[in-house]
Design a protein around this ligand. Structure first.
Ligand SMILES: Cc1cc2nc3c(=O)[nH]c(=O)nc-3n(C[C@H](O)[C@H](O)[C@H](O)COP(=O)(O)OP(=O)(O)OC[C@H]3O[C@@H](n4cnc5c(N)ncnc54)[C@H](O)[C@@H]3O)c2cc1C
Length: 494
């Protein structure tokens, strides 16, 4: 049995803690905040319960696999419901599409918009299914420490058939010509932190996840996933220490011999960091850092976000669903203002989540719990109160235009969260929200390594290493890191 110290209690760390404890190790998780979940923290105010980060529950099979590996089921911990319509899209011309759950219903809708699009969707998704299976069964569970992991014929063939060298934009355009359908199918790659022109077509697997896998919601809120994973890890024997921020790492040669937190010193045989990669590297002496500042400056970070948590003392109209994507602005311009000419968006696309439409427990009776998110360029520090208020006002006006309701007089709670908060709360590089973008040259083996090349007893997990951003990948990342550490410790007889 070895003693393993894990930094952070985000999804990736929770996953790793559970697997390492199951393998028989003594596991200690040190988390800065007083609760598990990391970017999926929660807070309550004025009777509202706000999830601070993720709100889309996709790839339910990945969660089921996690709990299944510990002899449990998702339903042992929370009640998962499928949302239908999955989401609504509000377009520039003012029209609104309710995206129905399931492929058949969506094919019918698309057929009404473009002749032949229903059949094309079936073809598109048949190929996306193969990619999803290849991704889930073969690709995501690789530690990506060497190209050799890819050297077997079946996998190489699968990769070539998956259009890894074509962009999502070109791939989708081969099937559809209606601009709204194209935008709709490009939407899921936004989760991967870059525009469709820069994301490999392999990721149409995300369309499969969206349309076939479905959009789900754990009744009670997204934070219940973290609580459930913490419970699993504790059942396996892992120990959690909250309110402990790691402030320095001490080394001896090429080994860590202890880490200092706000409360004391922790020593272990192996260390795993689920905190932001750049932050952890910066806690090490320069000679033991694998990537210098120049490397990080050249990375394409996934966007940051300007977020508002809002409580209303009334309900919004029934036409407002759980998830709305406001694509009523110029997609290209907003994308350029995130990636090419970083600046606050002129006329942003935004996302509205109203979880109280599905779950009455997250708001007082007769009230609405709202979460607004504008994707913004990482690294912009001018998110002052005035700037935040200006954008919020813009969103209220757009909401009124499309949903016919002025929410301003009904606001009983409002809090914003942006770049400065991401930096302060999560030690996030440039205040990124979702880590590193999954562009072609930042995919798989080209991501920051899961295992340190310079420190013998240090590994990483989470959204800045493999497989990438998002809650399901974080679960996978923790599992892969845990397997690596366990095998390595076994080899060295710990
Ligand atoms: C606003 C927002 C919306 C999102 N929406 C979705 C969505 O709908 N669906 C989806 O699948 N994904 C979504 N994501 C992405 C997803 O939430 C993340 O990819 C995932 O939660 C990352 O998990 P992680 O374990 O890598 O890191 P984190 O959640 O960032 O966990 C890292 C932990 O380390 C702690 N930490 C940092 N420094 C220290 C230190 N020095 N000492 C101790 N602890 C430290 C932090 O407090 C944090 O708890 C969203 C993210 C954000 C921010």
């Amino acid at each position: 049995m070895s003693r393993i110290i894990i930094i952070g209690a985000g999804f990736s760390s929770l996953s790793a803690a559970a697997y390492l404890a199951k393998a028989g190790h003594e596991v200690h998780v040190l988390e800065k905040w007083e609760q598990p979940g990391g970017r999926a923290r929660t807070f309550s105010a004025e009777g509202f319960l706000f999830d601070m980060g993720p709100s889309w529950y996709w790839m339910p099979d990945v969660f089921e696999r996690f709990f299944g590996n510990f002899g449990k089921k998702v339903s042992d911990y929370y009640n998962l419901v499928r949302i239908d319509p999955s989401y609504k899209v509000v377009w520039q011309d003012g029209s609104q599409w309710d995206i129905p759950a399931g492929m058949k219903a969506l094919a019918k809708l698309l057929e009404e918009k473009e002749k032949g699009a229903g059949k094309q969707l079936e073809k598109f998704l048949a190929q996306a299914k193969k990619k999803y299976e290849l991704g889930i069964q073969e690709l995501v569970y690789k530690p990506n420490l060497s190209f050799a992991e890819y050297l077997h014929l079946g996998l190489l063939k699968g990769l070539l058939e998956s259009d890894v060298f074509t962009s999502m934009r070109k791939h989708i355009a081969k099937y559809f010509s209606d601009s709204k359908i194209i935008e709709l199918l490009e939407f899921p790659v936004l989760f991967l932190g870059a525009g469709a022109q820069d994301i490999p077509a392999l990721y149409s697997l995300m369309n499969y996840a969206d349309i076939v896998g479905g959009t789900w919601y754990p009744m009670g809120g997204m934070h219940l996933i973290a609580k459930a994973m913490e419970a699993v890890a504790k059942e396996q024997g892992a120990h959690f220490h909250y309110g402990e921020e790691v402030i320095s790492i001490s080394t001896n040669g090429d080994k860590i011999n202890g880490i200092k937190t706000s409360k004391g010193l922790w020593e272990g045989d192996f260390y795993l960091s689920g905190a932001d990669y750049h932050h952890t590297e910066n806690l090490l002496p320069k000679t033991l850092q694998q990537y210098d500042e120049n490397y990080w400056q050249k990375r394409t970070m996934a966007p940051s976000a300007l977020i508002y948590y809002v409580g209303l003392n009334t309900k919004m109209p029934d036409t407002v669903p759980h998830h709305t994507l406001f694509f009523d602005a110029d997609f290209e311009r907003h994308s350029e203002e995130i990636y090419d000419r970083p600046q606050m968006p002129t006329d942003p696309l935004f996302y509205l989540c109203a979880p109280s439409k599905t779950d009455s427990s997250v708001a007082p009776a007769g009230c609405e719990n709202l979460f607004f998110l504008i994707p913004t360029a990482p690294g912009l520090d001018n998110d002052t109160e005035e700037v935040r208020q200006k954008y919020f006002d813009m969103l209220c006006t757009r909401l009124e235009k499309h949903y016919g309701m002025n929410i301003r007089p009904h606001i009983v709670y409002q809090r914003s969260f942006s770049v400065k908060d991401f930096k302060q709360d999560y030690n996030s590089f440039k205040g990124n929200a979702y880590g590193l973008a999954n562009t072609l040259n930042q995919t798989a083996i080209l991501k920051p390594r899961l295992v340190s090349k310079k420190v013998r007893n240090l590994a990483y997990c989470g959204q800045l290493t493999v497989p990438g951003p998002g809650v399901p990948p974080a679960l996978v990342s923790g599992e892969v890191a845990a397997n690596y550490i366990h095998q390595k410790l076994k080899r060295t007889n710990h």
